[in-house]
Design a protein around this ligand. Structure first.
Ligand code: DC
Length: 227
């Protein structure tokens, strides 16, 4: 092990594959921290949205990224609670509009560079599970172990519909599927850090697996896990 505190575990993949839940559970089992890096792109999106900046306005988005001040406080469940300019944004980051703007601002290469540096500061000493789109390819190409989770767009749309129904909403399956396909296309076709598995990533197709099975599949591959 080359890092001060433990392994650096990267989990990448498309939206809606359960990366966060899996990452959190694996981190808890290992006694590691967990960071969902999409939250950082969502924080940038939130600021861009609040300041009425067009997500395609390169310089304004870059300035907003540079101005972000993140602090992370480790919670009992291993997650790192993120404060943005001293404020906990919580559920505001998970509004559908914020997710959409996040996908758009994340095509800005220079803003990505700024956020990537901030992610490296958090993860460099290890003992952490970092979840995102480009952790294993760009942020930490030297991660100790890399996973890439995938699932069909239809299955991910089903999961999202179920989630929204459980939250008391009446989601439209066709619309959700369309948004997922649109986001996948944008995330995997952007010029900078397009979504793709690292060459040395372990790919797990979660379409026909439940959460417990995915967690077990990840834990099984870890060098030092105590089962
Ligand atoms: O995982 P998420 O849905 O919270 O991510 C929100 C957006 O951020 C997503 O559209 C892609 C982008 N993202 C990224 O480009 N790179 C990352 N490491 C994490 C997220």
């Amino acid at each position: 092990m080359t890092r001060a505190n433990g392994l650096l575990i990267a989990i990448d993949g498309t939206a809606g594959t359960g990366k966060s839940s899996v990452g959190k559970a694996v981190a808890a089992r290992m006694g590691y921290g967990f960071l969902s890096t999409g939250e950082m792109y969502r924080a940038l999106a939130y600021k861009v949205f609040a300041k009425n900046i067009t997500p395609e306005d390169h310089d304004a988005v870059l300035a907003a990224a540079r101005a972000l001040r993140f602090t992370f406080i480790r919670q009992p469940d291993a997650t790192l609670k993120m404060f943005v300019d001293g404020e906990f944004l919580g559920a505001k980051l998970h509004l559908e509009e914020v997710g959409n703007v996040a996908s758009r601002v994340s095509t800005n290469g220079e803003a990505r560079h700024v956020l990537t540096e901030k992610m490296r500061e958090v993860g460099q000493d290890g003992a952490i599970v970092m979840e995102g789109r480009d952790i294993g390819t760009v942020v930490f190409p030297d991660a100790d172990i890399k996973f890439y989770l995938d699932a069909s767009a239809e299955e991910r749309a089903n999961r999202r519909v179920k989630q929204l129904q459980e939250a008391g909403e009446k989601p439209d399956y066709a619309e959700i599927l369309r948004l997922i396909q649109e986001r996948d296309y944008r995330d995997s076709h952007r010029a900078v850090s397009p979504l793709k598995p690292a060459e040395d990533a372990i790919i797990i197709d979660t379409s026909h697996l439940n959460m417990e099975q995915v967690i077990a599949a990840v834990l099984e591959k870890l060098p030092h896990h105590a089962s």
